[in-house]
Ligand binder design. Structure first.
Ligand code: FAD
Length: 503
């Protein structure tokens, strides 16, 4: 029976329209039209076997997780973010005894909510596209978590473009995007915007991943064009953690992957995704809570909060020992460190293989600020507002995203604004908002994607994991754009290795 959900009906209508146009063109213009259709089809279908698109397909393939093989084995997991919690879950499932050590007073890592009278207000993680994030979706389904679409179908957000605002609906798909571009852009913006789009598409799908930065691929003129600084940067840069300072070092394929994997999706990764799962959904911490609650009911699981791991050593019998700031230590057969790269380095340095340490050293960290506030003067009645500002002190551009955490909830009590770099945070506070409305400031940790650490990552990490025998590292940034799905797929791969299997 045909699913009658609105998304499927829209797709069906588009398909019929496209087929009708093709038939009309071929009957009127014959062979040239036929050639054009074939070239377009080839462009959309062709995928280089070493492209980012292929790698993302590989990352989206579900992995069988062993149900046995860990009996009698003790593992310490350092870090209780989505990566550490999911690693603990798969280890327990295979029969291991697991101790999770977390520095903060709650698990969840970067996913820290603002709590008020028992109510959770999101401060960082906000959206997810479950159909493109099969590992995340699989865990949600396992715990019976239903997806909640962001209720913004009729709501327009804005990208503030120099002297005007471009209003568009998020999640409106390729058709909606083209309509928006046609309606809102000038001819020069259209031409520049299309060239940028094409070059990024080529880098994402048609070419092997290479050491080419966004600036290399776009060139000086396009990187400085207003359509790039005021449209692509606040739209894409903010979602790939790319500041203006990173244009020379963020690989173009990483930047492009947000557009083609998530925003204007070409290939649905989880073909079994149902209505609601195939939509931008709320990421509200329910998965973190379920993981935590299920783990705590297991006799083979121990969790210690407020526990800062300071080092890992190996004793004479070859066993590993994990030492904390308070002097307490845990002996175990294996350790999985699930923290940001920069947090892992000082604790793993003595015992981890050199190949792993060398790779961790390639990840630098950026300053990220999340301001929870109640200044609604700019955003007004919109769900989100992406902006490029000019820093009054440095004269440089920077991007911000101000957002209602539950985007359909126009009566939201709090807003959050993301801003990168201390000098930009200070500029934003002073010149773009009413400082007296700030409720709380968060400083989540973010590693920087660069040409050193983000090319052909699956080959690199498979090799490193193969070298590791009893000490491993995992975190969401190892694959993709470090969303929740990336944390889970990386944890699965590392747990399989810890149990003696290949990826
Ligand atoms: C501003 C912002 C917005 C985001 N929005 C989204 C979004 O909308 N959707 C999405 O999917 N993702 C989003 N993310 C990304 C998401 O936060 C990450 O994917 C996720 O938090 C990474 O999880 P992780 O477990 O790999 O690492 P982390 O969350 O960094 O967890 C690491 C954990 O290790 C602990 N730790 C560190 N050092 C030690 C130590 N020495 N001893 C003990 N414990 C230690 C830390 O306290 C932390 O709990 C966002 C991130 C940011 C910063």
């Amino acid at each position: 029976m045909l699913d009658s959900s609105p998304i499927i009906s829209f797709r069906f209508a588009y398909l019929i329209a496209i087929i009708a146009i093709i038939f009309f063109a071929i009957s009127k213009y014959g062979i040239p039209a036929l050639l054009l259709v074939f070239s377009l089809y080839f462009l959309i279908k062709f995928e280089h076997p070493k492209s980012t698109s292929r790698m993302m397909a590989e990352d989206a393939t579900l992995i069988h997780m062993p149900k046995t093989g860990g009996e009698g084995k003790s593992v310490v997991v350092v870090g209780g973010g989505i990566s550490g919690l999911s690693a603990a879950k798969f280890l327990i499932q295979a029969g291991c005894d697991v101790t999770l050590l977390e520095h903060q007073s709650i698990v969840g890592g970067n996913n820290t909510p603002y709590l008020e009278n028992g109510e959770h207000h999101a401060t960082t993680v906000i959206v997810t596209l479950p159909a493109q994030q099969p590992h995340y979706l699989q865990l949600c389904r396992e715990y019976g978590i239903e997806q909640t679409p962001h209720d913004f179908e009729d709501l327009k957000g804005a990208i503030v473009f120099e002297n005007r605002e471009l209003n568009t609906k998020m999640g409106s798909g390729i058709g909606g995007f083209l309509k928006f571009v046609y309606r809102e852009a000038t001819l020069k913006e259209l031409v520049d915007g299309f060239i940028i789009f094409w070059r990024l598409y080529r880098q994402f799908k048609l070419r092997p991943e290479s050491a080419k930065s966004v600036a290399d691929v776009l060139g000086n003129r396009l990187v400085n064009s207003s359509v790039f600084t005021h449209f692509y940067m606040p739209w894409v840069g903010i979602n790939t953690w790319c500041r203006f300072d990173d244009l020379d070092r963020q690989p173009a394929h990483v930047f492009a992957s947000f557009i083609f994997e998530y925003a204007l999706t070409f290939d649905i990764r989880d073909k079994s995704a149902k209505y609601k799962e195939d939509y931008w959904c709320v990421l509200d911490g329910r998965l973190i809570h379920e993981l935590r609650d299920h783990l705590l009911t297991n006799d083979r699981y121990e969790q210690h909060l407020n526990t800062n791991v300071t080092g890992i050593s190996r004793n004479k019998s070859g066993k590993l020992s994990v030492v904390t700031e308070s002097g307490k230590s845990w002996n175990c057969d294996s350790v999985i460190v699930a923290t940001q790269p920069i947090q892992a380095l000082p604790i793993m340095g003595e015992v981890a293989p050199k190949i792993l340490i060398d790779e961790l050293e390639k990840w630098k960290q950026m300053d990220c600020y999340v301001i929870l506030h109640t200044d609604f003067s700019d955003i007004g009645n919109r769900p989100w507002l992406h902006q490029t500002h000019s820093n009054k002190t440095t004269g440089n551009y920077y991007i911000t995203n101000t957002i209602k955490p539950r985007m359909g909830d126009l009566n939201a009590k709090y807003l959050i604004t993301f801003v990168y770099n201390t000098e930009n945070y200070l500029d934003f506070r002073e010149n773009h908002m009413d400082e007296s409305t700030i409720v709380k400031l968060y400083e989540p940790k973010l590693p920087i994607f660069s040409l050193d650490n983000s090319i052909d990552r699956n080959t690199v990490w498979r090799e490193i994991d193969t070298e590791c025998t009893d000490i491993f590292w995992t975190q969401a940034c190892r694959s993709g754009l470090q969303y929740h799905n990336n944390g889970i797929v990386s944890a699965k791969r590392v747990v399989r290795r810890a149990l003696g299997h290949d990826w």
